[in-house]
Design a protein around this ligand. Structure first.
Ligand code: NDP
Ligand code: GDR
Length: 367
């Protein structure tokens, strides 16, 4: 199947299309008229819930959204997909993306997130597509780790604090190297945390908004969290995928920070989320003993569980998106309060349908 060359439409290939960003990006590119190919992993159960609304019957003529089975750990498979699709743009979003999980699966994380990026770049090079195919790499504010300056911009030195960040550091530099060595249009988006109602359930924001909805509806008693003092620069994923696309539309490839320029603690996110369901939080105790009580009922609804503490933590992230603003015309519009409201509202809808709670909320997953 050579779906790339017969159309006037631009062709994009997205790895990690079943994830939060993959789903928003596929939607954006389809809206822009692209033909979108997505790489999804084979799993024993459906993992396509975020992109079901984009699904097209593969038997229709000239489908514009096409899925391929693939894995970042499998070179020949990646080469075949790039060969078949001949993409104008590749967005490399696939990753083992959970920082805490990377401490438990460091080698796999290095393979998928670090070497996986190299495999994809090599596929482009081996197939002679270095001039045709533009490349976006999902780099991360986790690269700053133990931060060397506040706020962080494109020139702030990196200091990774997890196997995930170390793997992404390799990916960052191999992208820079392929750009310089082979003249590829390859860019790193150094994206600060971005969330949404379809954020993975074990990342802290979604874990909080799901628990708030479940506690409000009487489906759960308590929310267990780790470090409440960590500070993050949280934006909305829908706005960030637009920034990815803008990077590949520039004449020259460059690296860009996407961030809001504001930072808030996990504790503050918890307060904002509970406030949406009319539960003001009163904190008592310190460190691992800290608990959050609903001021109105006096009930304990938040507890610290040291199992969620990380061996090395990233304490404070605050991005400076000036370059993206100046060169790409990109700026975030959605405030943290709006983001929290949307996430709690959507989780209330999901919980009200009484979807069985899985993963973090049942304590099946420690992350
Ligand atoms: P998600 O965890 O929601 O999605 C990750 C995607 O990668 C999923 O589609 C997953 O498939 C896929 N994937 C995982 N391992 C492999 C593999 N070995 N081979 C092929 N596919 C694989 O992440 P996000 O959408 O939140 O993030 C997208 C990218 O951006 C990631 O690389 C992440 O590290 C990075 N990033 C994210 C930020 C954020 O705040 N969201 C900030 C900065 C960077 P499956 O559905 O089967 O699990
Ligand atoms: P992060 O996101 O590690 O920043 O990586 P996460 O939401 O997992 O953690 C943010 C902060 O919250 C603290 N925290 C908890 N985290 C989780 N997951 N669960 C808890 O119970 C909990 N309690 C406190 C964490 O310690 C941390 O400080 C995300 C991912 O999307 C990466 O892929 C991406 O690169 C970065 O954002 C930017």
């Amino acid at each position: 199947m050579d779906t790339g060359m017969r159309h006037d439409r631009k062709v994009a290939l997205i790895t990690g299309v079943t994830g939060q960003d993959g789903a928003y990006l596929a939607e954006l590119l389809l809206d822009k008229g692209y033909i979108v190919h997505g790489v999804k992993r084979r799993s024993s159960s459906f993992n396509t819930s975020r992109i079901e609304h984009l699904y097209e019957d593969p038997h229709v003529e000239n489908p514009r959204f096409i899925l391929h089975y693939g894995d970042m750990t499998d070179s020949t498979n990646l080469i075949r997909i790039v060969q078949e699709t001949q993409p104008d743009e590749i967005y490399n979003l696939a990753a083992q993306s959970h920082v805490q999980v990377s401490f438990e699966t460091p080698e796999y994380t290095a393979n998928a997130d670090g070497t996986g990026t190299l495999r994809l770049l090599e596929a482009i090079r081996l197939l002679g597509l270095t001039r045709k195919t533009r490349f976006y790499q999902a780099s991360t504010s986790e690269l700053y780790g133990k931060v060397q300056a506040v706020p962080q911009n494109e020139t702030t030195p990196f200091y990774p604090r997890s196997p995930y960040a170390a793997a992404k550091l390799y990916a960052y530099w191999i992208v820079v190297n392929y750009r310089e060595a082979y003249g590829m249009h390859a860019s790193n988006g150094i994206l600060f945390n971005h969330e949404s109602p379809i954020r993975g359930e074990t990342f802290v924001t979604r874990k909080i908004t799901r628990a708030v909805a479940a506690i409000h509806l009487g489906l759960q008693d308590r929310l267990y969290l780790g470090n409440l003092d960590a500070k993050r620069d949280w934006g909305h994923a829908r706005e960030y995928v637009r920034g990815m696309w803008l990077m590949l539309q520039q004449d020259e490839p460059e690296d860009y920070v996407l961030a809001t320029g504001e930072t808030h603690s996990v504790r503050s996110f918890v307060e904002k989320a509970f406030a949406r369901v009319g539960m003001p939080i009163d904190w008592r105790g310190e460190g691992p003993e800290e608990k959050g009580y609903d001021k109105i009922s006096g009930r304990c609804v938040v507890e610290v569980d040291p199992a969620y503490f990380r061996p090395t933590e990233v304490d404070l992230l605050l991005g400076d998106p000036t370059k993206a603003h100046t060169k790409l015309g990109w700026k975030h519009e959605i405030s943290l309060d709006q983001l929290v409201s949307e996430m709690v509202r959507e989780d209330l809808k999901v919980m009200a349908r009484n979807v069985p709670l899985v993963g973090a909320n049942r304590g099946l997953v420690h992350a």
